[in-house]
Write a new protein. Structure first.
Length: 150
């Protein structure tokens, strides 16, 4: 046997196999997500419609600050991504339809100020007793969007 045959596979061959395996795993993950969404699209659409209808009904009798409180209350009850997404959808829809709150947009940074918005989200969640709660910051992202049309 020659010395070259004893060395085994070159480093680039191993790297190529690892890269191929990574691509296959990623493709399988994307395929699984596509399959899941297509299998659940009717339920997701119904849940989204229900959240928006509930938001409209809530907004008819409450102001924007109360919409935020209710959206956070709903998010606190969540144990998964889809529930949180529905809480965010509720909040956004409610903010759009509710009566304006005089103080909602007071300290909210202007649209496009990414760092200032991130700092505001963190501070606002802390002010609302949810310090370090990432779910809170995600739900509150609807507030700067609403306030950008001041």
């Amino acid at each position: 046997m020659s010395a070259e045959a004893k060395r085994g596979m070159p480093w680039w061959g191993i790297l190529l196999i690892c890269f191929g395996a990574f691509v296959l795993v990623c493709a399988a993950g994307v395929g699984a997500v596509i399959w899941w969404v297509s299998s659940n699209k009717d339920r997701l659409a119904a849940d989204g419609k229900k959240a928006m209808e509930e938001a409209q009904a809530f907004a008819a009798e409450h102001d924007q600050n109360e919409c935020v409180d209710e959206g956070l209350r709903r998010a606190d009850l969540c144990d998964g991504l889809m529930c949180e997404t529905m809480a965010r959808l509720f909040t956004k829809s409610c903010l759009t339809s509710a009566s304006k709150s005089a103080t909602l947009c007071d300290d909210v940074p202007k649209h496009g100020e990414i760092m200032a918005t991130a700092e505001w989200l963190t501070a606002e969640c802390k002010r609302r007793g949810r310090d370090g709660n990432q779910r809170c910051t995600r739900v509150l992202q609807s507030v700067p969007e609403t306030c950008s049309g001041r």
